[in-house]
Design a protein around this ligand. Structure first.
Ligand SMILES: C[S@@+](CC[C@H](N)C(=O)[O-])C[C@H]1O[C@@H](n2cnc3c(N)ncnc32)[C@H](O)[C@@H]1O
Length: 432
């Protein structure tokens, strides 16, 4: 276990120029606490600055094969060079996978550099989308930090710290006017790969140097181990616990649940526990099954009920495609190398709330709110969408609905069919 310390106001580097977005909308769904997952999020401009200014310079400095390449602007040649590793890594990630079957990809420098240049932006955008969509959950993390004096962000399977750095940026954006943090921040990273943690730590120091006009202190604690084998003295109280694409690399082993997840789930504090996984079926259904194990439990989203998930098994699964104008000009260039500009964020997730937030997080069942969990499907009764109801799937035939919408469910007529008795022609590739 190692511990490093960085201080926001001790770093000498000047921050780049950036403007900041207008205040985030509280919700873009007419139903408070049940945000639509079909409308684009806004991203902090601090994030764009991180992607466009800090990452390219950091990657060139740390990963250039030749000294003469360093300290020069990130060029077209760099895009061509670094995209070779990216294409290979992207192929890995499009597979439905379990960690044991994969080489430990972060031991390879060209995969770590391409992760920074592309997947950091992509994964970070998924987390930032959810922070944007669930401001009350973020507020619960801040309240916990104010109460305890420390905002503790636990990042499980952290890689280079993507999820916790995204949360840090989100919090810095909130305090951008005051430029003073009312609590310490402690990032706590757990990953089995020491090399990617070291890269992440070096990158975090670059971020802190760039934001040195903020007054506050940030500590980084790192643990190199299997995330689910907690030491006896593991301290897991946190303002927020983040899992980013790590469960689908972990063995389907009951110890992972019992030893690994149970401590986080027993009594989460602050914003609770947010698990983000790829959109493909096995990853998503695993999240739903984990959810069912711990229900009833307060939940921020995406579920609007706390009874059994109807998509934890069977043909269909719960995942979202959020339209997004993704920031980052280099990210865009690398997206094109991978086949085209990205304008969707695809993922599955579950966000467990703490008991303290139960009232705020819970949707009153009398509201009859349901989430749309499919695209429009051709059925014998016409084009319809599946909606998530406790235990079973329902159907809804209002036009123009999209996966991720929230609607009030009132039609008894729609309630009859539990599962479709027809074949559809949907192609659902396993993509992140
Ligand atoms: C796809 S990366 C995701 C990194 C980061 N969370 C993100 O969202 O960008 C998966 C990470 O999980 C880590 N990992 C996989 N299995 C693990 C295990 N059993 N224990 C700890 N870390 C693990 C890998 O080393 C890698 O850093």
């Amino acid at each position: 276990m190692s511990k490093t310390k960085a201080s926001l106001n001790s770093a000498p580097k000047a921050a780049g120029k950036f403007a900041v977005n207008a205040a985030a909308k509280i919700t873009d769904s007419p139903f408070e606490n049940a945000p639509s997952l079909t409308t684009p999020p806004e991203f902090p401009e601090l994030w764009t600055f991180v992607l466009d200014e800090l990452i390219p310079a950091f990657v060139k400095d740390r990963f250039s094969p030749q000294e003469s390449w360093k300290n020069k602007p990130f060029s077209k040649e760099d895009v061509n060079f670094f995209s070779q590793g990216l294409i290979e890594l992207s192929d890995f990630f499009t597979l439905d996978r379990e960690g044991a079957k994969l080489p430990n990809y972060f031991t390879t420098a060209r995969f770590r550099s391409s992760y920074f240049l592309y997947f950091f932006a992509l994964q970070g955008a998924k987390f930032l989308t959810l922070f944007f969509k669930y401001p009350k959950a973020v507020a619960a993390a801040i309240a916990h930090a104010k109460r305890t004096g420390v905002m503790r962000i636990v990042d499980v399977g952290s890689g280079p710290g993507t999820a916790s750095i995204a949360f840090l940026i989100h919090v810095l954006e909130i305090y951008k006017e005051k430029k003073k943090l009312p609590f310490e921040i402690q990032l706590h990273w757990i990953d089995r790969n020491p090399t990617v943690i070291k890269d992440g730590e070096a990158f975090l120091n670059e971020i802190l140097a760039a934001f040195s006009h903020f007054d506050g202190s940030i500590h980084l604690k790192t643990e190199v181990r299997d995330w689910w084998k907690h030491p006896a003295d593991f301290q897991y109280e946190a303002s927020i616990v983040l899992f980013g694409n790590v469960l689908n690399e972990s063995a389907q082993d009951s110890r992972v649940y019992l030893q690994g997840l149970a401590p986080f789930f027993s009594d989460p504090k602050g914003a609770g526990v947010l698990i983000v996984e790829p959109a493909f079926k096995s990853a998503s259904q695993r999240v739903s099954q984990i959810r069912d194990e711990i229900m009833p439990h307060p939940i921020w989203g995406p579920c609007l009920h706390t009874q059994k998930c109807p998509l934890a098994e069977g043909r269909d699964w719960c995942h979202f495609s959020v339209p997004a104008k993704l920031p980052g000009s280099f990210f865009k260039k690398f997206s094109i190398k991978l086949g085209g500009v990205r304008d969707w964020l695809k993922f599955s997730f579950i966000w467990l709330a703490s008991k303290d937030s139960e009232q705020e997080a819970t949707i009153d069942p009398k509201e009859n709110l349901v989430r749309v969990v499919s695209d429009q499907l051709k059925t014998p009764q016409g084009y319809r969408n599946q909606v998530c109801k406790p235990v079973q799937i329902g159907w809804f035939d209002q036009k123009n609905l999209q996966r991720g919408d929230v609607i009030r469910y009132s039609s008894e007529r729609n309630d009859k069919i539990l599962q479709p008795r027809f074949k559809t022609n949907r192609s659902r590739k396993s993509i992140r």
